[in-house]
Design a protein around this ligand. Structure first.
Ligand code: PLP
Length: 397
């Protein structure tokens, strides 16, 4: 007997990021020393006040079925955070807890996209959106984020992609993998294109707490004409160093709430109550402990160090990223493809990066560096990368 997987899963492949990390595990097990710039996972432990809040919630008996959208105190903490930090007012009944930003993306796309609908996503982009769009049977179109355009949206190109089947545009700012932050002007230009069309914005804001050089993240929900069209996705993995806790949230205009709520109930039946209690404490007490800011400053130091080092080399260059913890390093002068370069670099110098091409065709000629690893690792890697740069003089003739 054969049990064939559903046709809608035909495009499903393993994440290149996970596969690269698995390969690194094997290389390390065989005795090779590797500096990893691969995972988008902060090297910090979860702040102690959040861990303590979770333990207390367990002791206090937060162990029963939660509401599918999360308890009111969690949802209110999300609203208070957005009002305090982003200047955006929402009601608690616009929030739904999810199993990380990843499931939030799954929830939003699978709730609204039908076969035949069109969704427009960035290229390059953290690849879950493309896969989920395909699972929905939607047509996935892509707008380019180009280095020469400071990784902003080319709104002429975007306008050309919109048809009467376009249902959703995905925006991710700050971006994984390019580290770019969209300007208010750029988002306003997107809003002008969308106008009063029946198109909504799915805004992945998982890196919004991590911006640098005084740059403020702008949510499309802050643009008046996009306010009632924007569904926000956010979470705790990155800014709070909580990748393994697996929770996040969606903030939606009220009219889209019910289908999301119903569907969330069938997808995961709620997020563990003790985790959401800790999540509420994480958001409410962050102004007191300032752990996000402490981690942000540390990422910033590494960012500045790496950008300077990379741009002092002959065969590599990068823009100064304004957000997230990624550098999208241009390797075009090496003459290698991104895949070839990553293989060559890890085999010969023990530095692991993620090939840019796994984030979309626009990522070819680039590699993603995650500087969520420690400063010591960054320093070690740059000594090795300088050596690789010198050796390339002999290879690139
Ligand atoms: C842009 C983006 N969205 C969503 C996620 C998933 O985050 P979470 O760990 O909250 O599921 C990631 C993780 O790397 C990401 O980079």
């Amino acid at each position: 007997m054969t049990l064939r997987k559903a046709h809608r899963l035909d495009n499903l492949t393993f994440s290149k990021i996970r596969m690269t990390s698995k390969l690194m595990d094997e290389l390390e097990a065989s005795g090779k020393e590797i500096v990893r710039f691969t995972y988008g996972q902060p090297d910090f432990p979860t702040p102690q006040y959040i861990v303590d809040a979770c333990k207390k919630a367990l002791d206090d008996g937060f162990t029963t079925y939660p509401d599918y959208c999360g308890p009111l105190n969690f949802r209110q903490a999300v609203c208070d955070k957005y009002e305090r930090e982003n200047g955006l007012k929402f009601d608690a009944d616009q929030v739904i807890s999810t199993c990380g930003a990843a499931q939030a993306a799954y929830l939003v796309l699978t709730t609204f996209l039908d076969p035949g609908d069109e969704v427009i996503i960035p290229n390059p982009m953290y690849n879950i959106y493309k896969i989920i769009g395909q699972i929905c049977g939607a047509t996935v179109k892509e707008y380019a984020l180009k280095e020469e355009n400071d990784f902003q949206i080319d709104t002429k190109e975007l306008a050309g992609l919109i048809t009467d089947k376009t249902k959703m545009i995905v925006i991710c700012s700050p971006s994984n993998p390019v580290g770019g932050v969209l300007t208010k002007e750029n988002l306003q230009a997107v809003a002008d294109i969308v106008g009063d069309k029946d198109i909504f914005i799915c805004s992945d804001e998982i890196y919004e707490r991590l911006t640098y050089d005084g740059v403020e993240p702008v949510s499309p929900a802050s643009i008046p004409s996009l306010r009632e069209k924007t569904i926000i996705i956010n979470g705790f993995s990155k800014a709070f160093a909580m990748t393994g806790w697996r929770f996040g949230y969606v903030i939606t205009p009220k009219e889209f709430w019910e289908p999301l709520y119903l569907h969330a109930g069938h997808q995961v039946s709620g997020i563990p109550a003790f985790v959401l209690e800790a999540g509420a404490v994480a958001l409410n007490d962050e102004p007191k402990y300032k752990t996000v800011e402490m981690m942000r400053q540390s990422f910033d130091e590494r960012r500045q160090f790496l950008v300077k080092e990379i741009n002092s080399m002959k065969h590599f260059s990068c823009l100064t990223p304004k957000g997230a913890f990624y550098i999208f390093m241009n390797i075009k002068k090496t003459g290698m493809t991104s895949d070839e370069f990553c293989d060559w670099l890890v085999q010969n110098y023990g530095i692991a990066m993620i090939t840019g091409s796994c984030f979309g065709s626009e990522g070819e000629g680039f590699v993603r560096i995650s500087y969520a690893s420690s400063m010591e690792e960054c320093k070690k890697a740059m000594v090795l990368l300088h050596q690789a740069d010198k050796d390339l003089d002999e290879i690139v003739k």
